[in-house]
Design a protein around this ligand. Structure first.
Ligand code: MD3
Ligand code: FE
Length: 220
């Protein structure tokens, strides 16, 4: 059953402890997109290295007190941007409120994210199956916001070998995870060109050629 918060937003539990809010960013999209551009100016997107020395497929940056980083030393959260040696940009209130309210709709009442990882995918970019294990408290939910090009999200199980479910994600979709599914393997299939419906090239050139995912976590 869908619960309607307003005319545009339905929250649906698509799997146990996985909630999908279709088109949830619509309510505050101009502010979110403006704040996204501001964050990317302060902390530019970059291709981080995996511990094995390979460039990641998605370009990344962060905002908030903690940012997720990867280099030859490993995966971790850091309060400083290694490119600028300055703190990551402050998490915009439009970001914080979006994540806090989406979590509340899924039943997580006091989600106070201190980290927002921004992943930018060009056509062809992907993210292999992995688990998120760098956070301190696995009882905290995760909120993920999809912008721009559509994607197929792979939602696996607790074993890498568990066959993943495919979940299509469009511009504006928000996912909330918590509880038992928090450590499930997950990934993103290679992004295809111009699959998204809510924006077109004339309306927004950047989002017609990229997928941007905002992942909100209480990391520390
Ligand atoms: C399911 N990013 O940055 S976010 C990541 O769309 C990451 O860029 C993907 O996986 C992206 O680590 C997916 C959605 C997400 C995040 C964490 C999860 C799904 C999750 C943790 C457990 C299960
Ligand atoms: Fe992940």
């Amino acid at each position: 059953m869908d619960l309607f918060e307003n005319n545009t937003t339905a929250i649906q539990e698509i799997l146990p402890e996985v909630w999908l809010l279709k088109n949830y960013t619509a309510q505050n999209e101009p502010a979110i997109l403006q704040d996204l551009a501001s964050v990317m100016t302060q902390a530019p997107l970059r291709y981080m290295m995996t511990p094995m020395g390979f460039a990641m497929s998605a370009a990344m940056t962060n905002c908030g007190a903690l940012g997720w980083v990867s280099d030859r030393k490993g995966y971790r959260y850091d309060a400083l941007d290694p490119l600028t040696n300055k703190p990551w940009p402050i998490m915009p209130s439009s970001f914080f409120e979006l994540a806090n309210q989406a979590a509340a709709l899924a039943g997580f009442d006091d989600f106070l994210p201190d980290a927002c990882l921004i992943n930018q995918y060009k056509v062809g970019a992907s993210m292999g199956l992995h688990q998120d294990k760098n956070e301190v408290d696995f009882n905290q939910p995760i909120v993920s916001v999809s912008l721009g090009l559509s994607a197929v999200f792979l939602f696996g199980g607790l074993l890498r070998s568990d066959k993943p479910l495919k979940v299509p994600l469009a511009h504006g979709d928000v996912l909330v995870w918590g509880g038992k599914t928090r450590l499930n393997f997950h990934g993103i299939l290679p992004i295809k060109a111009n699959q998204h419906s809510k924006l077109n090239a004339q309306q927004d050139d950047y989002l017609s050629q990229h997928r941007v995912n905002l992942t909100f976590r209480k990391a520390g």
